[in-house]
Design a protein around this ligand. Structure first.
Ligand SMILES: [Zn+2]
Length: 68
């Protein structure tokens, strides 16, 4: 839990750690934004996928697997 960093406290690009660009925030460039998108698409973020067909969101509210 050593979140303290001696660098600037400004939010940085979560991909490469550089200072982010307002045009591409929270990333520093479109490239990092694409990298993040690719991570999402490839499931790197480990999106909980249930074997039920709940893509329509019509399932009853027993989504205890959703941590958001
Ligand atoms: Zn970056």
């Amino acid at each position: 839990m050593n979140e303290i960093d001696h660098t600037l406290s400004a939010p940085r690009c979560p991909i490469c750690g550089k200072a982010r660009d307002e045009a591409f925030r929270p990333f520093c460039s479109k490239r990092c934004a694409d990298i993040d998108l690719n991570r999402w698409l490839s499931g790197v973020y480990a999106i909980p996928v249930k074997d039920d067909e709940d893509e329509d969101g019509t399932r009853p509210a027993d989504n205890d697997n959703n941590e958001r």
